[in-house]
Design a protein around this ligand. Sequence first.
Ligand code: PGA
Length: 254
Amino acid sequence: MRQPLIAGNWKMNGSKVMTAELLTAIKAGLGDIEASEVAVCPPFPYLHIAEEMLSGTPIRYGSQDCSREEDGAFTGQVSATMLKDFGCTYAIVGHSERRLFNAETDAVIARKYQMVTAHGLTPILCVGETLEEREQGKTEEVVARHLDAVLELPGGVAELAKGVIAYEPVWAIGTGVTATPEQAQEVHAFLRQRVAKKDPEVAAELRILYGGSMKPGNALELMAQADIDGGLIGGAALKAADFLAICKAGDANA
Ligand code: PGA
């Protein structure tokens, strides 16, 4: 039984005031959420607000990235130890915006994944193809490469089992264009089968979220798919009512 996870990826949005207001509203609406696990990933400077406001509540929080290094002379980076220090549960790794704007390779992302698990945090590994790759029929090849970067770590499938996967077709992120439930399910099933070849039990328990313009109007149908276990929510996570409605949709499919 996989518990749905609805995680908000706030990206580079917000302020101290906005963070406090949004978290207050999410907390206030949480009473209606029964089965879904709820998490938010604000920008680094606001993690302390999440710590102050969410400690002792069931709402988890995490970061949008993590350094692949332990500590030392890495200007501007934030380590897994620091995230742990602020009570984070999750760290997103390999988001397509980091692959694109920060030139992160599969090898770098796999190291980040390892660093996150080594510190007892749960990585949310993003995988997904661009529109061009989809049109060239390369979707499976691309997501397999993203997944294999972690499967090929020394810990193998046991290492992968410590995290959560998010299938995020790049063409659906922030565009308002959502993958159809069938398109998403096809890729989710492919990912799960690929893991099952290594270990069927890990595959059966692995949570695979969908991300890319998930909103209240399509969340129910997406999460009704057999292999979609929640969502990584960008734009809609910035509005408490929308985010809570998606959490409700997660409940309906729990
Ligand atoms: P979106 O972003 O919901 O705004 O498309 C999702 C993500 O990038 O994680």
